[in-house]
Every structure is written in structure tokens, then in C-alpha cells.
Design a protein around this ligand. Structure first.
Ligand code: ZN
Length: 352
């Protein structure tokens, strides 16, 4: 049995360390941030887009919930509630990974590490590919997000971890940003009513995902995610753009995920973030317009197209710039449709 008092003490100690570390953290960010960034930057820019893996077939998985086992886990009642909502939400085909993992899931405590404090990282929970969730007790409502990871993660025999749209092998990682955006989007969409204390996370990635859904479609995105099918997502995007654009879109969102929430941003980093944002916005817009063209040819009414367009524009306006993205509260500002040509010209001048 775990000692609750020990855990509480642990969190208090961690918070104390956090306060003490804040000053150290700011100094570290200011002094070594630039050097670290230069080194990391080289890695990100020289990185080749990793070969991605096909998903695996889990047909024939037993669709059974071991309620006794789940109830006996730490936070068992939250987990069970999540399970029931998920089962009522997803189609049978999309629940295979969930059933594959749920009856052997482990819940472990997460101890905040010095590296988290130094990086200014707030960790509520973490899903590990050995099918365990590590959780900071006071962030127990990070569980629904982590359980969504659990419901979309499979490990292949060749060592590849396919987690939703994220693929990992050793130190190679691809699709991290878009995966976190979709995980949080899905979790908020279906679980916020039942768990109003779900912590906010990944606001920028989520806005990008909402735009991408306008292109790919809600159901298609869901099917791809719960089959851990990054390859399928890239193919879907490249229906409306080139394959290279689709791949670089995924990589650009990974770049944002790595750097956009850093407190200290050098001028160099800001410029690069701006380029990545423009690249992301350009590809999303291009795909969306191509999709609308196709719909128009298929006889979809002008009124419906206009409504779709308004919805698309409403998320993360495509004139979003590095200045207003840093103030997260300005994220919802939509921009007028007329800005499209100006933007395209502006973007095309840049050599991505
Ligand atoms: Zn996550």
C-alpha cells in the first residue's frame, strides 16, 4: 500500500523545490538557452523525416472490460468512468487498442524531476509504452488525456511505438505535436462535461488540429488516430497537397511543440517559429481550398461551402504571427477571408 502522507509530503517538497528552482530556471534559460538552442536546432533542421511505420492489425481482440481489476487501480473510479464514456463514444473498430491495453494498465506515481523544473515543464501525467500511467496525485484529472493515449498506443515487435499520430523508435520521434493536439482535442470534446477539471494543455496544437479536421473530417481523423495510423494521416493530407508538404507539415508542428512554450525565445528562434507557423498555415489553407474545390465540383452548395469556410477561418487565423501567438488569449482572433491572397504571396516568397 502506498503511504498517502508520504505522497503529500513529496508534492509539498516538490513545490518548494519548484519555488527555489524558478530563479535558477530563469537564469539557466537566459544564460544557456541560446547555446542549447543552437545545438538542438542543428539536430531538428538536419533531421531527415523518419520513415514511418504502417499500423498493425488488432482484429480479434477480446472486447471485455475487467471492471474488478480497473476498480482496484489507484483512481479506479475515474478510470472506469472514462472507460464507459469511451465505449459509448467510439465505434467497435476504434476500440481495439483500448481493449488491448485496458485490462493490464498500471497506475504509478510520478515524481517531479529536476529536469522538469529546469525545463519549466509542468507534468500532470505520463503514459508509458509499457502500458503504465504515471500521475502526479494533485493532477488526477490529467488521467482522461493519458487514458486517451493508452487507447491509441501499440508497440510493434520491431520496437516502433505507434501512439496515435506519434511514432517513436529510440531517439527518433515524429508526429509528437499533432498527436498531443489531437489527444487533448478528443479528450476535451468527449470528457470535459464529465470531468470539468481536465487541465488545459497544448492550445496551439489543438487549434491546428481543429483546422486539420476541417480538411480531413472528424470521423476520418478519429479512425486514423485510434488505429495509430500516421501513415494514413499523411496520405489523407497529401490528397490535397504534395506528399512532401504533408510530411513537412507534421514536422513543423513537431517543431512548434518543442519550442513555442519556451519562456526564453531568442530572436533567431522567434524567426524560425514564425516561418514554421506560416508553413503550417499555408499547407492547411492550401489543403482546405483544394478540398472545397473538389466539393464544389461535386455539387456542394455555395452556402454550405461558405459555412465550412467560416468555421475553418475561425480557428487560429491564418495571419497569426509570432507576436500574437505568444499571447495565447489572442488565439481565437479570426481574420477576414480577403487576406488570403496577400498571405499566399507573402508565404510563397519564403523558401521553405
Ligand atoms: Zn499527452
Amino acid at each position: 500500500m502506498k503511504n498517502i502522507n508520504e505522497d503529500t509530503l513529496d508534492i509539498n517538497n516538490n513545490l518548494l523545490v519548484l519555488n527555489n528552482c524558478l530563479i535558477l530556471f530563469i537564469i539557466t534559460e537566459l544564460m544557456v538557452g541560446k547555446c542549447l538552442f543552437k545545438a538542438k536546432n542543428k539536430k531538428v533542421f538536419n533531421r531527415k523525416i523518419e520513415e514511418y511505420e504502417e499500423t498493425i492489425n488488432l482484429d480479434g481482440i477480446e472486447e471485455k472490460l475487467n471492471e474488478d481489476y480497473i476498480n482496484n487501480l489507484n483512481f479506479g473510479s475515474i478510470i472506469l468512468k472514462y472507460c464507459h464514456i469511451l465505449i459509448n463514444t467510439l465505434s467497435k473498430e476504434n476500440l481495439q487498442t483500448f481493449y488491448y491495453n485496458i485490462n493490464t494498465l498500471k497506475i504509478l506515481p510520478y515524481k517531479i524531476k529536476l529536469i522538469d523544473l529546469l525545463k519549466g515543464r509542468v507534468v500532470g501525467g505520463k503514459y508509458n509504452p509499457n502500458n503504465s500511467i504515471q500521475l502526479v496525485e494533485k493532477y488526477k484529472y490529467a488521467l482522461p488525456h493519458e487514458l486517451t493515449h493508452m487507447s491509441s498506443t501499440i508497440v510493434k515487435n520491431n520496437g516502433f511505438i505507434l501512439s496515435g499520430f506519434h511514432q517513436i523508435k529510440g531517439s527518433n520521434s515524429y508526429g509528437y505535436g499533432i498527436n498531443e493536439g489531437y489527444t487533448q482535442y478528443f479528450t476535451e470534446k468527449y470528457f470535459l462535461d464529465s470531468f470539468p477539471d481536465i487541465p488545459q494543455a497544448y492550445p496551439v496544437e489543438m487549434e491546428i488540429v481543429k483546422k486539420l479536421i476541417c480538411v480531413i473530417g472528424e470521423k476520418e481523423m478519429e479512425d486514423l488516430y485510434f488505429h495509430s495510423n500516421l501513415n494514413g494521416l499523411i496520405n489523407s493530407i497529401s490528397q490535397y497537397s504534395s506528399l512532401e508538404e504533408a510530411q513537412s507539415f507534421i514536422a513543423a508542428v513537431d517543431f512548434l511543440k518543442l519550442y513555442i512554450y519556451k519562456i526564453y525565445k531568442s530572436k533567431e528562434l522567434k524567426n524560425m517559429l514564425e516561418i514554421k507557423l506560416q508553413q503550417i498555415n499555408y499547407i492547411l489553407l492550401k489543403c482546405f481550398l483544394n478540398k472545397q474545390k473538389e466539393e464544389q465540383n461535386n455539387g456542394i452548395s455555395a452556402e454550405k461551402l461558405k459555412l465550412e469556410r467560416e468555421k475553418f477561418d475561425n480557428y487560429l487565423g491564418y495571419e497569426i504571427s509570432i507576436e500574437n501567438i505568444f499571447g495565447i488569449d489572442t488565439l481565437n482572433i479570426g481574420v477576414s477571408i480577403d487576406a488570403e491572397d496577400t498571405l499566399k504571396r507573402k508565404i510563397l516568397k519564403k523558401d521553405f
